[in-house]
Structure formats: C-alpha cells, structure tokens
Design a protein around this ligand. Sequence first.
Ligand SMILES: [Zn+2]
Length: 347
Amino acid sequence: MDLVDRAPFHRSVTDHLNVLKSAAPRSRRPSVGAMNSKPLQALDTDVAWIHGSPPGHGRTDPSLQVQTLGPGTVLMRQSKDLTYEAPFLLLLLGRSRALLVDSGAVDGAVLRSTVDHLVASHLAERASGADAPYELVVAHSHAHGDHIAGDDAFRERPHTTVVGTTAPAVGAFFGILNWPSEIGQLELGGRTVDVIAIPGHEESSIAVYDRTTGLLHTGDTLYPGRIYVEDPPALSDSLERLVEFAGTHEVTRLLGAHVEMTTTAGRDYPLGCRYQPDEPSPFMPPHQLQEARDAFRTVAHRTGIHHFDNLIFCVGNGPRVIVPLYARGVMDRARQAARRRYRRPPR
Ligand SMILES: [Zn+2]
C-alpha cells in the first residue's frame, strides 16, 4: 500500500495549543468545554507534508500521505503528482462510527483501502467488543469535483453512507432543518461533531467541528490559499456565523482543505502548480478566522483578486478573476517546460 506516515517534528503540542479566546460574549451558549468536562485531546499538527516532486525528477511522492494527529484523528493528503489540487482528507474515528470528510480529487481506490486499514486498526485497538457493525460516513466539505471524486469507491462498502452533495441532502443528513443558520450534529460514539452550513464558496459547503480535539475543518471556505467566492453575501454571513461559533466553542486549530500560499506573506503559488517546497501548514491558528471575516468585509463587493497575508479572496468568476489566474498558471508551466528543455546535460 502506498502510504507514508512521516514522523512529525516533536515540539510540545501544549506550547502551541492556541485556544481561541474570543472577545465575543460567552454567555449566550455554554461552551463545549463547559458542556464536556473532559479536556480537549491534543493534536500533533507539526507535520512535514508531501508537496510535489521537483520538476524533472519524476514522481517522488507517495500517492497518499497518511498522518495520525492523535488517537482516532487522521489527516491524509493526496499527492501533487496525481492532482495539483492535493487536497487534505480528514478521518475522525469514534466508538461506533467514523466520519471521512472528503473523498479527494482522484479515483478513490487507494483511499478506500487506506480507510479500511485505518478502521480495522482502530477496531483492533478498541477494548470493548461492540456488537453493532462499525459504520463509515463519507461526507464532503462541499460538492466540488476535487472533494467528491473518490465517492464511488465507497458506495458498495458495507455499513457505509455516502452523503449526498446538494445542500438539502447535506442538511437532511446532519439534521440541519433550517439551512444554513441551524447547526447539525453527528454522534460518532463518545465523540460528537458539529456541522455548520457555510455556503458562499459553494452552496452545500459545511464546516466540521470536532468537540474531542477542538479542530474546526473549514474546507475551501478558509484555507491558506485562494478562496473562490461564488456568492459573496452568503460567504459574508457564513464567516460571521463561524466567528460566532468559535466565540462559544473552544477552537484549537482551523484546518483547510488545500494549501496554495507560500510562506511569504500575500504570495501564492500559480494555479496548477505541482511543486510547492515553501508552503505553510494547512492548520491555521484560530485568530485567522476573525481576520478572514474582517478582510472579506473590505472586498466582498469588489469583483477581482484580493491579496491578504494568509489568503487571497477571488470574488466572482468573471474575466477579472479567471484571466490573470490562468495566464499566470500557463506562464509558469511554460517556464518550467523551457527550464527542462534547456537544462545543461551533466558533464
Ligand atoms: Zn471548492
């Protein structure tokens, strides 16, 4: 199996645990920390991720990197050798079921066998022998092709639900009757996740909050990269609701579904880039949520590409956004091709 579980650089996780202390009043709803008296489980998020193969060196990355962040919490990344999107896929394992957020940008055969292996290991480690079959829920941060392409590999899997990709289907599954203002839940067995509807990038977009670790998965709505905004008023409202949610829940980390920025503030890799040696982590400190909300307020009404330190908002999908993105991507690929062609042969 094509897996790699790279040893993370071990820093003290608690040193880096950046628990959100929002200025928002905490009195309206009890915090999850208060509802669950258990402390949040720490995650080791200091991971060296695969980031593509250097041009001219063939494929050097495995097709899927699998990283255990903590007990029952696994994050995977698909290789840039297979798809420039290189999405991150989250697997949360509870006592009675597991939740996979996104099935990726390519055929799901490798992902399916990996998830089967991870579920089997999780069950083998469980002390109690439960009678009911262990379930898998395959849900999606949103319905774009690079997040659902592996679905077919799970459709015939026993005890598995592949959640639909329309807003009504997502709402019905997670019990969100009043989309998008209501918050849904999914019980995984000793582990509850909250599901927040966040349309704007795409109408069925959701964020997933894991009460066990404080991780808030924000998909393509907030990640270190280009946030494509289909519906600006909807995204404004969604970011507002996320900030409000984070004000009443302990958020330890935000997690995006891709990385497209470099570690230089405001600078991204070109569209379609397959080698990103200087990329930041997909995990973001919680304060970036308020910053993104505030930044978006300043550009929500202006079609075009708007650069900020940690992300870029691409508002609308007209020529003002598409032409510069594609032109830069094409130029970058032409430059790479020329470099390969004219590279001096070794002496
Ligand atoms: Zn998307």
